[in-house]
Write a protein that binds this ligand. Sequence first.
Ligand SMILES: Nc1ncnc2c1ncn2[C@@H]1O[C@H](COP(=O)(O)OP(=O)(O)O)[C@@H](O)[C@H]1O
Ligand SMILES: [Mg+2]
Length: 448
Amino acid sequence: MRGIPGLKRLRLKIWRRCTLVFFLCWAACWMVVSALLFLVHRSVFSERCTDEKSRRILARLRPLVILSTDLPRAVPAAALLNAHGNISTAYSLEVMCLDYSSGALTGDLCEDLCVAQKLVYKHCLYYDRGKKVIQADWRGQPIILKSKKEIFSSYQHLSMLEEVETQAIPETELLLMVALEVKNVLGLELSNNTMEPLWMRRKGPHWKAQVASMWSLLQQEEYIYFSLLQDFSKHVLRIIGSCGHFYAVEYLTAGHAWHKTLFPLENVVGPSLAGSRSRVRAIIDIALSFLDMVQHFDNDFSHRLHLCDIKPENFAIRHDLTVVAIDVDMAFFEPKMRDILEQNCTADEDCNFFDCFSKCNLKIRKCGAQRANNNLQVICDKIFRHWFSPNLRGPLVSFPQQLQLQKAVRECAEPAHEDATMHQRTPKSLSELYHLLQVSQRELQRAE
Ligand SMILES: Nc1ncnc2c1ncn2[C@@H]1O[C@H](COP(=O)(O)OP(=O)(O)O)[C@@H](O)[C@H]1O
Ligand SMILES: [Mg+2]
């Protein structure tokens, strides 16, 4: 009889020990996971740009009165003040470049940025390994400054500029160089008049700096795309001007994957109109503009333009709800796309280039040069699916209409079948989506 309470005590003891061991294990796991999360977090944030660093980048374009005595013009002391109103640190002064003042680079915005202080730094928006993207204020309007690299001298130098007086370089030779660069970047041969936006004919005392600056801009694929498509497309960013290797573009409302509606609509429809009907109407208008953009990039240029990095962050919307491609680093015209896709392979996965896929021909172990998916499919998958899911529409659009839209988006996003290339499927998906979105738009208008 006495053995039973003893056994109970023993069990209790064992149970307590087990609980303690379990608790200690749990605490240890928790600490390990927290430490890991902290490390991951820190590495994510350390990749973000800092204001101080970005200011230094721009400061490099600024003339340095303290160190330079032979400046072409007087420079206000304000040019040397940092955001806190202090004279910049010795380090900043040291790294500040004399490129503009020494006449190494130029551009229509240099005077405002470097001397008149009418172009003022606001924030940086990039990841360290990406290109430099800086928000600034230019004469009271927000703009974005972009450059693939931080420092002017990191761009390939035009050795010809050293050897001869630039004025002596025949224009035809320079034009040929521009054409070769465009061919190299876009894979297209363009006529002289198409290249006009990339080419400045002005001659003058700063011609050498002009050519050197133009050359640094020509090494940036995005600048070439935006410049060439300016007059042909409302779906690319407007270029406002440049200074050295930085070019300025319009500031728009950019997308974010974490945003409930992907694009912060309150910025475009205004806070007073941010009710759910206005939001849904805006989403439908933006979706229609995405379709316009798809059909424009597919048909309106001499070659189809493929977008291989489709995500909300790489698009923005104007006030009139036009969709604009703001990051075209991964955009390729058909000839270049074919070169990129045509690789050796052992399986289909080897033929995936970001959002652009082709199929592996196992007999010859080569990827097909023809893209197997298309821009619309990826937009349906990565953008429309988010919008036209059961929880976003709410009761504003009729239920059958919602179901049809969801089905159409699902079908559009699904990968192509073996025998039907996406090029054939596109018009059907596109016209079906156009139709359904227009019907939804009319339903909403009637309900108002
Ligand atoms: N014109 C613009 N207007 C507003 N925001 C912009 C603009 N251009 C870029 N951004 C913001 O900066 C981010 C990074 O720019 P992006 O050109 O996509 O660079 P990256 O090549 O590093 O992705 C974008 O996701 C967007 O949030
Ligand atoms: Mg981007």
